[in-house]
Design a protein around this ligand. Structure first.
Ligand code: SF4
Length: 428
């Protein structure tokens, strides 16, 4: 069975070896008061350990290797960062380690102290046959408390990573939360297929220009459709003609440069999701709610947040159009519940978390988690795979956690750093 250095770290960190009568390979008694803090950066593997060797209490670092000769192979002898190593923990001792100053580094060999059963469970977990994830045979048997606790942890890791992008954008926008929110919301209004042009549109048309026209819906629509590059043609319908006239005036006034129209994708989209319809909805949202992010911060209940998006009315022209000058059967064009939930998940929950983290206001972070708990879970292949293993995503909180778990833990076999993997290994 394969033995890895990761597993040796795990065994040391949680002291899963037989600790009776511990001795260095030279016969000095060892008492471990603290195994140290696991260091995943450069330098020794565990820092600030406290270990009594013989009669002396030591405080310092611990380095781990499969074989003691790895010390030399890894060039630690010529690296001062390793001078303060107080104990060399090895699976197998094959040669002594002596520093250039003549100090012999005490070594502890664990080869005969690691329970076979633990090693075998680890081996089966990480290297066993698998179709979906390494622990697929066991995860469905775990207790709810272990799973939910771990899901919370990985979900927060996911939100922290994503909020780093929000904070970076906030800095570019000189601390303007409204502008930053507007840019992210626009990108998410593109719902993957048209995310990029929507994002470019928001960057080319600052929110403060739109704010100046908040009392004139036609001008808001003209700015958005014109900037998106949809108003170049010669139209026959009166509505796009009026938009074009307004936009040509505003274009000069603000010295705007419209996007290339070919950036927008219609192929393989249901007409309800055409970018023209999304732009009409986005315009209606902006007309309806000035300072939208402030409203989000002030709206405490989930229904109220949903209403910010459902209580919008697109221009009546779109009731029987999907594109300019092409009449179609009348169909309501308001945002559907599924689209609203995706916007709440991807934008509002993220911004509530980011705002709370940035200002160290825990209640906004809690509101973000509560919002995710109240939204339905996403449906995709990863969620379906977990479902087949008996792990159901009952909310967006859980589906987001599962996506993070799969993409950043399971795919890299980081089972030793995973709460699920830890529980599986420790189960008797
Ligand atoms: S990382 Fe965790 S959830 Fe994923 S396979 Fe390993 S133990 Fe299972």
């Amino acid at each position: 069975m394969l033995f890895t250095e990761d597993f040796l770290h795990y065994v040391w960190k949680f002291r899963l070896f037989d600790g009776a009568g511990l001795q260095t390979v030279n016969g000095d008694a060892i008492e471990i008061y603290s195994a140290g803090m696991h260091n995943t950066d450069s330098g020794p593997d565990f820092q600030n350990a406290r270990i009594k060797i013989g009669e002396t209490m030591w405080a310092g670092n611990v380095e781990l290797h499969l074989s003691s000769s790895d010390w030399k192979k890894h060039n630690h002898s010529i690296d001062n960062a390793y001078d303060n190593v107080i104990l060399h923990v090895v699976y197998r001792d094959d040669e002594p380690v002596i520093l250039p100053n003549g100090r012999l580094i005490p070594a502890l060999e664990l080869q005969n102290r690691i329970p076979d059963e633990l090693h075998s469970r680890y081996h089966n977990l990480v290297f066993g046959n698998q179709v979906i994830i390494p622990c697929e045979a066991s995860i469905g048997k775990l207790d709810d408390f272990t799973l939910r606790t771990w899901f919370t942890r990985v979900l927060i890791e996911r939100l922290e990573k994503k909020s780093a992008a929000v904070i970076a954008a906030l800095q570019i926008n000189r601390g303007d939360w409204e502008e930053t929110f507007y840019q992210f919301l626009a990108a998410n209004f593109g719902f993957k297929t048209n995310s990029l042009p929507f994002e470019l549109l928001a960057r080319s048309l600052p929110q403060n220009i739109l704010a100046k026209h908040k009392n004139n819906p036609l001008q808001i629509e003209a700015l958005l459709f014109g900037q998106a590059g949809f108003l170049h043609e010669d139209f026959t319908d009166n509505y796009p003609q009026r938009l074009k006239k307004e936009y040509n005036f505003l274009l000069k006034k603000y010295n705007l440069t419209p996007l290339e129209n070919h950036l927008w994708k219609f192929m393989r989209l249901r007409p309800q999701n055409f970018p023209t319809i999304r732009l009409a909805q986005f315009a209606a949202l902006i007309v309806n709610a000035n300072h939208l992010f402030s409203k989000v911060l002030d709206t405490r209940d989930v229904k109220g947040l949903q209403n910010l998006f459902t209580d919008i009315k697109v221009n009546p022209y779109w009731e029987d159009h999907y594109r300019f000058d092409k009449q179609s059967k009348p169909v309501a064009k308001n945002l559907g519940q599924a689209s609203v939930d995706i916007l709440l998940l991807n934008t509002l929950a993220l911004f509530l978390f980011s705002y709370g983290k940035y200002h160290q206001l825990q209640h906004f972070m809690d509101r973000s988690l509560k919002l995710l708990e109240s939204l339905p879970g996403e449906q995709n292949n990863i969620i379906a795979d977990f479902d087949s293993l008996g792990i159901k995503a009952n909310s967006a909180f859980e589906s987001q956690a599962l996506l993070e778990l799969k993409n950043y833990y399971c795919n890299y076999k980081k089972c030793l750093q995973c709460g699920v993997g830890n529980k599986i290994l420790k189960l008797a």
